[in-house]
Design a protein around this ligand. Sequence first.
Ligand SMILES: [Zn+2]
Ligand SMILES: [Zn+2]
Ligand SMILES: [Zn+2]
Length: 324
Amino acid sequence: MMQAYDSFFLMVIIANWGAPPLAKRALLVSASASLVVLMLKFAGYISTGSAAILSDALESIINAAAGVFAYISLKIYSKPPDASHPYGHGKIEFISAAFEGGAIVIASLWIIYKSVDEIAKGASFHKIDTGIILVALASAINLVLAILLIKIGRRNNLLILEADGRHLLTDVVTSVSVLLGLGLMRITDYYILDPLIAILFALFIMRTGIKLIKISLGGIMDKSNPEDETKIQSILDGYIGKICAHHKIRHRHGGNICFVDFHIVVPAEMKISKAHQIATEIEEKIARALGSAGVTAHIEPCTNQECNVCKMWVMQDSNLRPAD
Ligand SMILES: [Zn+2]
Ligand SMILES: [Zn+2]
Ligand SMILES: [Zn+2]
């Protein structure tokens, strides 16, 4: 489901939900601190014009933007099916992820453009020290916060806090690499290091965006999930003997609901009530195996003259019949 809860807006929302008081407080502190960090990084970019610092700051903005998308889609996502959307509203998740991925790709292209521009113009930095200090301060705040969140999360078994802390740690790693690059640039006076670092990070961020777009397009286009496919297949195979055969298995996903349909072949003389009973049994078994699922079976009569299941069924059926 949603993976973007480690961002400012969603943290506020989770904090306002029925989370434990400790988690609430920790998440609110973390959310406000992340705003401060964002402002520090931006101040660092404005005072230096460094593309590398911009790319570092951008990661923080992407998280905030992801939070807004996640918030809006989570509201729609959790609405139950209605007359105009009988399959529910789960697909909003894919649309939101596609937007998010698109925004990330555009942002990283922008950074690459800025960096190439910087290389072409041969920019030099006068106040790079200010930038280094601001980014260092921002990542120090992030580091302290990350360690605290992970500790509190572990001690109290609150996964949300631990995940948030881990995310902040990756943020620290990015900032430290940017700082190393800027420090090297300051010593060597190779100003080209700045746009090169920025391009490197832009490419890294872009990969995340492309991955996100791929996943969401797969969801929108009803790409099948091999794991679910195997589960459905093996349950149906287990019913061979009670049914003659099965075919035309299909499944698609709308958010966390899986919609499944398939055909089952039963002995032609079987009563509708019996066939329906078997179909319902299979439907329920598949629904249980997939978690949240809407399963529909189509029943058809067997036309295979050599069918062993049919032969067995006729024998059993005549045994069950009272003797004339
Ligand atoms: Zn069929
Ligand atoms: Zn029925
Ligand atoms: Zn048959």
